[in-house]
Design a protein around this ligand. Structure first.
Ligand SMILES: [Zn+2]
Ligand SMILES: [Zn+2]
Length: 349
């Protein structure tokens, strides 16, 4: 018998989120049932709820930064036990057979992974519903262990914002003494600063607003650059090993590529809707790389959580009851949150 589960859902691109119910399957032999304690609110929740990416299916229950308590495990489950603190991020399934899946990069599954909400299970029929609900059932292979000692509410945004910024830092070899630029200080940017600093990098934060300097330094940045004056960027020509660009509004990538050293790498994790002009000379001169990155695979997400456990890193959050979710969306659009809203699902029980 499926379990009827309280949730907050939206029924169209223009409807507010409201109390509703969904059905969760009984856990199978390879499944884990989790009581959701906290769910982070990602900007992509707004894009999808409002069909801004054109792929919305309704009713939709957003939420892919899930932390909860395991209540039941299937007979084959080994990673988690009843009572453990578990996490679920942006994916709940993938083909398991393609080169991407076999290398632990399930997010790049050739068949397209099953996303945690606004998607289907790999049967391509059963809709998936996210963490704005009191209960989820997920295949063990897409669950994560939350390290002891981390605040579970602050840990929730690690499942998307954390892995999105951790993965490119690791992929492009961030290490002690490296000079890392982080562009933008929002949900992603504040995690990039904390994580790069925890790896021993000297972090330079780039922001259009001078008012963010104190926070950037508190989070671990050594340098702060106001981007409005191009002369500030020109001064840093050739000086950075790696740039993590989290900004999702159009801006000039060439100005940032010029700040990389020879063979340096700039990684895009923010996604402006419009194409951006990149001069081939920005890349050819100095043999530079401009790359993209999307979340991270399951093994790497666990590695990120363990790293955060060791270094006591969580997101800076504002905890809200689910009943405030529509208000939270409006505030996020105005960048009025430091730095991530997290829903306390106790408000829905
Ligand atoms: Zn997200
Ligand atoms: Zn695959």
């Amino acid at each position: 018998m499926p379990t009827t589960t309280p949730a907050f859902a939206t029924s169209s691109a223009t409807a507010p989120l409201a109390a509703s119910t969904i059905e969760r399957r009984d856990p199978g032999p390879n499944d884990v049932a989790i009581d959701v304690l906290f769910c982070g609110v990602c900007h992509s929740d707004i894009h999808q709820a409002r069909n801004e990416w054109g792929n919305a299916t309704y009713p939709m229950v957003p939420g892919h930064e899930i932390v909860g308590r395991v209540t039941k495990v299937g007979a084959n489950v080994k990673k988690l036990a009843v009572g453990d603190l578990a996490g679920v991020g942006c994916m709940v399934g993938s083909c398991g057979e393609c080169p991407a899946c076999k290398s632990g990069s399930e997010q790049y599954c050739i068949k397209g992974c099953a996303q945690t909400y606004n998607s289907t299970e790999m049967d391509r029929k059963t809709p998936t519903y996210g963490g704005y609900s009191t209960h989820v059932v997920v295949a063990e292979s897409f669950t994560l262990k939350i390290p002891a000692g981390l605040d579970p509410a602050g840990a929730a945004p690690l499942l998307c914002a954390g892995i999105t910024t951790y993965a490119p830092l690791r992929e492009y070899g961030c290490k002690k003494g490296d000079r890392v630029g982080v562009v933008g200080l929002g949900g992603l940017g504040h995690m990039a600063v904390k994580l790069a600093a925890s790896m021993g990098a000297e972090v330079t934060l780039f922001s259009s607003s001078p008012s963010k300097e104190a926070d950037a330094r508190r989070l671990g940045a050594s340098n702060f650059v106001v981007t409005k004056d191009p002369a500030n960027l020109a001064k840093l020509a050739g000086s950075l090993d790696l740039i993590i660009d989290t900004v999702s509004a159009a801006h000039d990538y060439n100005a940032y590529l010029a700040m990389l050293r020879a063979k340096g790498t700039m990684v895009l994790v923010g996604a402006p809707p419009e194409p951006s002009a990149v001069s081939c000379f920005s890349l050819i001169m100095g043999g530079k790389r401009l790359v993209g990155s999307m979340i991270g695979g399951v093994p790497e997400t666990q590695e990120m959580l363990d790293h955060c456990g060791k270094h006591k890193i969580v997101s800076d959050i504002e905890l809200i009851p689910i009943q405030k979710i529509n208000e939270a969306y409006e505030r996020m659009i105005k960048a009025d949150v430091k730095y991530r809203f997290v829903v306390d699902l106790g408000s829905l029980r």
